[in-house]
Design a protein around this ligand. Sequence first.
Ligand code: NFE
Ligand code: MG
Length: 569
Amino acid sequence: MTHVVVDPISRIEGHLRIEAEVEGGAVKQAWSSSTMFRGVELILEGRDPRDAWAFTQRICGVCTTVHAIASIRAVEHAIGATPPPNARILRNLIIAAQNVHDHVIHFYHLQALDWVDVVSALSGDPAKTARLAQSISDWPLSSAAYFSGVRARVKAFVERGQLGIFANAYWGHPAYRLPPEANLMALAHYLEALDWQRRFVKIHAVLGGKNPHLQSFLVGGMATPVDPDAQASLNMGTIAQLRQLVAEGVDFVSRVYVPDVLAIAPFYKDWFSIGPGVTNYLSYGDFPLDDSADPVLYLPAGVIHDNDLSRIAPVDQGKIDEYVTHSWYDYTMGDDKGLNPYHGQTNPHYTGPKPPFKRLNVEEKYSWLKSPRYDGAPMQVGPLARMLVAYGTGRPSRARQLIDSALKQLGAQPAALFSTLGRIAARALEAQVLVESMGMWVDALAEQMARRDFRIQDTSRWDPGTWPRECFGAGFHEAPRGALGHWVHIRDGRIAKYQCVVPSTWNAGPRDARGQPGPYEASLEGTPVAKPEQPLEILRTVHSFDPCMACGVHVVDASRRELARVRAS
Ligand code: NFE
Ligand code: MG
C-alpha cells in the first residue's frame, strides 16, 4: 500500500489536497481536503441585502458572475422583487458567456495537459499535423507552415529552459498516449484558446463593464439601460457587437474545442469506464425562458439516482443538508447532524494537525469544505449532471442531438458518460449547446428594443420599508461547475444569516456522518496509478470536475500555504 499525497493540486483555483491509498496499481481509497478557509458567509451578516451580490461575487474570480447571480436571485426571492424581461435576457447572456468561457479555459488551460504531452508535441511532424487537423475540422489555422511555426515557438521556450506555463508536469509519463502530431495540434489550440478567451469575454465587458467581477447587477433587475436611441446604453450597436462575439464563440467551440475532445477521446477510451464515482446527479436548471414565477428553464432541473436516466425527479430544496462531521466546523446541535442551509451554521474550528504535516487525520475532521447531501445522498453536480438531465428529459433537444452524435462518433453507449472522460465530453458539448443558445437571447433583446420595452428593474421593492420585517429567500443557479445555491435570512432590512452551498462543495466535500465519500473521493476509487510518485491519473479524474476551492470554501491562512509538493511514501 502506497500513501500518495498531492498537495496542492495545481491548475485549479485555490488549495486542494488529495490523499490516496494506492494498492495493486490503482487507488483503493481517497480523501479530498480543501486546505483553505474563507469567511464570506460571515462577512455578510448585518449588511444591506442589496449589497450582498457585490461581496459574494468576490468569492471567486474564475466563475466570476455566478455568486452575484445566485445572490440577487436569493434576495429577490426573499423580498418579492420580479426582474423584467430585459434583465432576464441580459442575465441569460451573461451566464451563458460565463459557462462557455470557463469551459474552454478549463479544457485547454487547466485540464488538457493531463492528456497532451507538450514535450512529445515538439517531435510532431507539421505536415502530418496539418493532415490530422484538416481531417477533423475545417478550422482555417491548419497548414503545415502554421504548425511548424507553433512548434518553433514552443521549442524556443523549452531550449531556453523557460517552460513557464508548461513547467512542473509529468512529461513522458507512460499514461500519455497521443501521437506527437495530435499533441502538436492540441498545443496549437492551447495557445489559440488563450487568445480566443480574451476576445470572447468582451461580452462581459459590454454587458457588465469589466471582467472579472461585472458591475451591472442589481436586485430587481440590471443596472444597464436598454435604449436603441441612446449612446450610453445597450443599443443596436451593442446588438451588432454581441452578434459578432457570439459568432466567434460558436466558431471556436464547434470547430476547435468539440472536435479536439472527440479526436483525443479515442486514444483514451478506457477513461470512459474510469472514475464513475457517485451515481447520483443534481441540477437546479437555469436560463429562464419566461417571466412567470415558475419559468420554463432552457436547461431543466432534475435529480438522477443510481445513473437511471429514465426517471428524473424534480428538485426539492428542502432535501438539501450540509454535514460537518469531517469538516473543520462545529454545529451547536452536534456534528453528526445535517442542516438545511436556511438553518445553516458557519462556526470554523480547525482541529487538524499542526503544519507542516505528513498526513491528515481522515478518521476525524480533514477539510474546510462541508459535505452537502440531497436526501442524505452525495450528488455529482456540473456539466455532466446538466447534460444527463437534458439527455433524460430530451430538453433542450440540441443537447440530446449533440450527445447522440458524439457517442456515435466515438462508438460509445450513454453509460460511457458516467466517467472521467464523460465529464470532460459533457463540458464540451454543453459549451456548444450554450454558445449556440446565445443568439436566441441576443435576438430576444433586439425584439425588446423593437417593441420599445426598455424596463430594466422592478423598483417596487427597492425600499426596505416595503419588505416584511423578517423574510427568507433562496437563489439557485447553474454555475460552470454545477448547482449553486444561496440562502438569505433578512431581518429589519439587514442580513441575519447567509449561506452558500457551492458546486465544488458538492463535488469536493469530504465524507459525511454516514461515512459516504464525496464525488471526488468516490470517483478516485479504482483510478489506475502507473507511477505513484507521478500520480498523473489522479489529476485526470480530479481535474475532470474542474475544481475550485475558492468557491468551495467560500482569508487564506498564510501560515499554512505551501508552494508545491507531490509525495509518495
Ligand atoms: Ni470558483 Fe464556482 C463555479 C461556483 S465552484 S468556480 O462554477 O459557485 O464550484
Ligand atoms: Mg457554505
